[in-house]
Each structure stands twice: as C-alpha cells, then as structure tokens.
Design a protein around this ligand. Structure first.
Ligand SMILES: Cc1ncc(COP(=O)(O)O)c(C=O)c1O
Length: 409
C-alpha cells in the first residue's frame, strides 16, 4: 500500500490530495511528524502501527449509531465505554475526552490550578502546553537517570510560594516514584496530576498506577497502545470531581440554562466510544504480543556494546508501550547517526523526546528552561531512540532491526 499527498489547485486555490493505494492498514502518522509528502510503502517499518479490531465486528455498532442518531453528548456507547474502562483498569471514575490534550487542560482547570506547576522537561510537548493553555507557568525539574521520570529528589528546591501542583509523566509507561511524589505533595500542600498518556493498563504491586495522585490523564491517540483513533480520559477518585470535569468538558453546562465555568468542548463522540469498547476486547492480546516483542529485542540487543535497553522500575504489569534504547558512547555511532542509518534502511525509529520541551521557543525564556539545570534530561534527549514496536510486528523483522544495529556497531 502507498499513501502520498500532492498539492493541486482547485478554482485557483491550493488543495492537498491524499492518495491511498491498495487495501490494508494505513501506516500511521508517526507521532505528529510523519511527512505525507513522501510515499510510504509496505517495506517501511514505522515506529508504530495502530491496531484495530476486525472491521466486521465494528459494523453493527456503526449501524446502531446510524439508527439511533445519538452521535455525541454522553450517548449509550459513551456510557458503556466509561463503565467498561473503569472495570478493566481497576479505577473508580472516568471522564472520556476527545483527546488527551483537552483532558490535560481540563484536569488543571478542574482543580483550579494557577501560578506555577513543577513538571518534566522530558515529555511530549502537550504536557507543558496544557499549562500554558491555562496561563500557568511551567517549572522544569530534571529527571531521574534510571526511569527518565521527574526526579522527586530535585523537586523541593523548585517549590516557591506560587507553586500549586506537580505534573509528572509516567514516561514510556514506566511508573514515577509515586510514593515520593505524594509525600512532597502532602508536605507542601500541592496537587498532583499525572500525565498518564503512556500508562494505560500499567499496575504496580497495589493495582492501577492511575489511582495515584489527584487525577490521571490518559491518551487514546492512534499512536498509543490503546486507541480510539483520537481520544483521552481523566481518571478521578470521586463522583463530585467527575461531575465537575463532565461539566467542564461540555462548555461548563450544569443544566440546560446554567453555565458555571468557561468550559471547553472536550467530549468524546459515540463513534470513538464504540471503537473503544471494541478495542477493550482485544487489549490483553495486544499487550501480550508487545511483551513477546520486548523480550525478543532484549535478547537480540543484549550483546551489543553501547546499546542499553531502558527498564521500568516498580511496574508489576508493564504495557510495553515503547521500546526505548540508549545509544551510549561505547557504541560506534552517535544516536543521530544510528537514527539516520536505520532510516536509510527503511527502519523508522523515533527520537522521543528530542528536542527537549525547554528547547522550544515558547519555553526557552523560562528560568527553569536553562539546559545546564537539566543535565539528565539533556543526555536522555541526545541518547534515546525508540525502536518500532506494535502488536503485528513480526519477530523476523525485530531480528532484522537488531541485526542492523549490530552490523553498524
Ligand atoms: C506524554 C503525553 N502527554 C500528552 C499527550 C497528548 O495526547 P493526545 O495526542 O491524545 O492529545 C501525548 C500524546 O500524544 C503524550 O505522549
């Protein structure tokens, strides 16, 4: 199959034409930055490929939507999906969203967060963008060298009278040090909101990692291990908070005539909710396939000098959402050289997260964005390469990718 995008003119205006040739799964947008100006063919190995349930199983759900004409605003599939998710994830309450970014923006609003929020520089840019959308000042604190998550040991020094909350990320689905973070939050009376976009279905010894902190935010974007095309959610501990969040994601409406806050339109549609219900049937098998892939990479890469496979700390059931390796100095190429060499061989890993958020122009001027204050994050940003991982990635392809990395060393 190939996808290509061409620019043509129509009535004198430039228009883009996307061509999709042949059947099959459309290669996914690689985390926002795939170039559709290049054609992509079957031999290209992308960093991820979205999983979908059998089309035939989804059709009756579509038919139901077509018949009952309830397309959004907490319809029947939305209701069912919320309940099914709570039970699958082992959490009390969930509010579904159109995407994870709107969920993050709303989570901050729901807890009335203002002033300064301590967050990680090593994440997808949506984490700190959600702060800017709320007029909050991000304060970047360096990460832990083992987990690449916010380092609790460095947080206290960054707390000021304006600090109101901490916004950590369970990066790559590897849990943060939730106990240490909670202790700091309790000591300084701060709110704790987790960006759990990578942490779907991750449990520690006590259950879901999503039950920590005040709120946890999920993303169901196409690149994530569990997707509803686009989608997201907030996990919250009580009915009162859920009601407030449900109002905020619906323009602030409490009833037909009362609006209590400048809420946003963050609602998930019936289409996405129906798809989510269907995806839940298969998620365990997707994670199991990822586990096999993760193991295979670890076996094949173990002997290559200068290549370290990142490991999570504290998860009892991981979700294998990414496969990050560190390209150390002992390897013969730099991370970027390896990245380009693999691309030349039609293998498309991703440099998550490069550049660091504080390097982007809208953050660069902040005092906490000084890169010399963030040495661990800087190093990770220059060393990490996320290798392709998705449920139908064949083991012989993993062997080929690993052999390329070995041959180039
Ligand atoms: C860590 C992190 N936070 C937030 C988001 C935003 O989620 P979404 O794409 O669903 O808006 C993403 C992913 O895209 C992410 O990786």
């Amino acid at each position: 199959m190939s996808v290509s995008m061409k620019y043509k003119t129509f009535n004198g205006n430039p228009v883009s034409v996307i061509r999709v040739q042949s059947e099959g799964v459309i290669p996914m947008k690689q985390h926002r930055s795939i170039s559709y100006t290049d054609s992509v063919n079957e031999e290209e190995i992308l960093v991820t490929k979205p999983v979908l349930p059998p089309f035939s199983e989804f059709l009756p759900m579509l038919e139901t939507i077509w018949n009952n004409r309830q397309l959004t605003n907490a319809g029947p599939f939305h209701q069912q999906f919320e309940e099914a998710l709570c039970s699958y994830l082992g959490v009390e309450h969930i509010c579904l969203f159109a995407n994870g970014t709107l969920a993050l923006v709303t989570a901050l609003q729901a807890l009335r967060i203002t002033g300064e929020v301590i967050t990680t520089p090593y994440s997808f840019v949506a984490t700190s963008h959600a702060l800017l959308w709320n007029g909050i000042k991000p304060v970047f604190v360096d990460i832990d060298q083992h987990t690449l998550n916010l380092d609790p040991g460095k947080i206290e020094a960054a707390i000021t009278p304006q600090t109101t909350a901490i916004l950590p990320v369970h990066c790559y689905g590897h849990p943060c040090d939730v106990d240490a973070l909670q202790t700091i939050a309790d000591t300084y009376n701060l709110r704790l909101i987790y960006d759990a976009a990578h942490a779907f279905a991750v449990n520690n010894a006590h259950g879901s990692i999503l039950n920590y902190g005040d709120l946890s935010v999920l993303s169901f974007h196409a690149t994530k291990i569990f997707n509803t095309f686009e989608g997201g959610a907030i996990v919250c501990p009580d009915r009162k908070t859920k009601n407030r969040i449900d109002q905020l994601k619906n323009f602030g409406f409490v009833n037909e005539t009362t609006v209590v806050a400048p809420g946003i339109n963050g609602k998930m549609s019936e289409f996405n909710a129906a798809l989510g219900l269907m995806q839940l049937k298969y998620i365990d098998s997707y994670i199991e396939k990822r586990r096999t892939i993760d193991q295979r990479y670890r076996q094949r890469l173990a002997a290559i000098q200068g290549i370290t496979c990142l490991k999570g700390v504290g998860e009892r059931t991981p979700n294998y959402s990414y496969f990050p390796i560190l390209v150390e100095e002992a390897y013969s190429l730099s991370r970027d050289e390896l990245y380009h060499q693999l691309k030349n061989r039609k293998i498309h890993p991703r440099r998550y997260f490069y550049p660091l958020i504080p390097e982007f122009s809208m953050y660069r001027g902040l005092p906490s964005a000084r890169l010399d204050l963030l040495p661990v994050a800087m190093e990770a940003s220059r060393k990490v390469l996320c290798l392709p991982i998705y449920p139908d990635l064949e083991l012989d392809v993993i062997d080929r990718i690993s052999a390329c990395i070995a041959d180039l060393s």
